[in-house]
Design a protein around this ligand. Structure first.
Ligand code: ADP
Length: 366
């Protein structure tokens, strides 16, 4: 049978455990050995006990838990070829020829690079006498499949990423709670939500909670936005509304690329409207807690699809990312997904807003 290894990398997200469960159970069902690589790429580099064979029981009673039971990490060493060389040696040493990476755009960029370099890493290991050349045939191909775990929904070519729906639930619960207290005291609340390059969480939370004003990185406010915002907030109050809600995505900027922070917005409101204004930074609460039904189910489906991709052994379809299109899972080339995602970040840095909105169009709708 084949040997499939799985790791979770970068920021954790709710639903990663459901994904792990499906990978282990489906992998075993398909007659493969399944290995956990603990602590993301760091565990792949360090090897030893970080690479451990999983069994059916390893993944029981975890589907309802947030985070990832195999640990996640950021790992600078993997950004260097020397780190990736150690990682390759550990995969070969454990007989692993298939790799599933669950992570965000950074992690999948790393996976793409690792796959691209694989044969030259092997050659270097053979040259240095770290592995025998006879092994080269068996290991000449590393099959890589990516699954996007990210609360930000910031990855191109998939409609949803694992964890986004749960994060939204958490945000909405928090805003609902704040609305009750804000309304009692006629306050204005500014909520900072996650999403450094992608305003999806802020935008959708704003829709779902009747927010008065939203700031997202992709669509910086035009003209005298300070005045516009103040007019909008005060007109809502005059119309009888007892509170105001402003949602700001953590990566929000103005048309010149300067950060728009919750603190700035608060000062503007206090100076111009003299409203009792409070800031709530939701922070890691958004990543915490139980995964929603949606995240559990797409985790299960994507995990199973990743295993099927590897065991069907259609090299044409690998390396790929398991993406959600509508309600269908599709396999998209890893390199294209990574390129598109990086292109948005580039266009954001260039402050080409029309193009950003066009590229994000599929996500934000009309
Ligand atoms: P996320 O996957 O959530 O976007 P990061 O951007 O922090 O999180 O990436 C997670 C890890 O993926 C990094 O710590 C690093 O080990 C690896 N990684 C990210 N970008 C690259 C890259 N360009 N080359 C190699 N490895 C990378």
């Amino acid at each position: 049978g084949q040997a499939i290894a799985v790791l979770t990398s970068g920021g954790d997200s709710q639903g990663m455990n459901a994904t792990l469960r499906a990978i282990v159970r489906c992998g075993l069902y398909a007659g493969a050995k399944v290995f956990f690589i603990r602590e993301g790429y760091q565990g792949m580099i360090d090897g030893g006990a970080n690479i451990e064979e999983a069994n059916s029981l390893s993944v029981s009673k975890i589907i309802h838990k947030g985070g990832t039971i195999i640990g996640s990490a950021r790992c600078n060493e993997f950004r260097e070829r020397s780190g990736r060389l150690k990682a390759a040696k550990n995969l070969v040493g454990n007989g692993i020829t298939n790799l599933i990476v669950i992570g965000g755009d950074g992690s999948l960029t790393g996976a793409n690079l690792f796959k691209k370099e694989w044969s030259s890493l092997l050659e270097e290991l053979i040259r240095k006498g770290e592995i025998f050349s006879i092994e080269n045939t068996k290991y000449s191909c590393l099959s890589v499949v990516g699954i996007v775990g990210s609360i930000d929904n910031d990855f191109c070519q998939t409609d949803m990423t694992i964890g986004t729906d749960s994060a939204l639930h958490r945000i909405i619960e928090s805003i609902d709670a704040i609305v009750e207290t804000a309304s009692s005291h006629q306050r204005t609340f500014i909520l900072e939500v996650m999403g450094r390059h992608c305003g999806y969480l802020a935008l959708v939370a704003g829709l779902a909670t009747e927010a008065d004003f939203i700031f997202i990185p992709e669509c910086p406010p035009e003209g005298d936005w300070q005045l516009k915002m103040c007019e909008k907030l005060s007109s809502h109050r005059k119309a009888g509304q007892r509170l105001n809600i402003v949602i700001v995505s953590e990566g929000s900027i103005d048309r010149n690329g300067n950060a728009i922070t919750a603190e700035m917005i608060k000062n503007i409101i206090v100076e111009n409207l003299n409203q009792d204004t409070r800031i709530t930074v939701l922070g890691h609460v958004q990543r915490g807690g139980r995964p929603s039904a949606f995240d559990r189910v797409i985790g299960c489906r994507m995990g199973a699809e990743a295993v099927m991709t590897l065991t069907e052994a259609d090299p044409e379809k690998i390396p790929c990312v398991i993406c959600l299109e509508g309600n269908q899972l599709v396999r998209r080339p890893l390199i294209d997904c990574v390129k598109d995602t990086q292109a948005i970040q580039k266009v954001l840095n260039e402050r080409n807003w029309e193009k950003v909105v066009r590229l994000r169009g599929d996500r934000f709708g009309p």
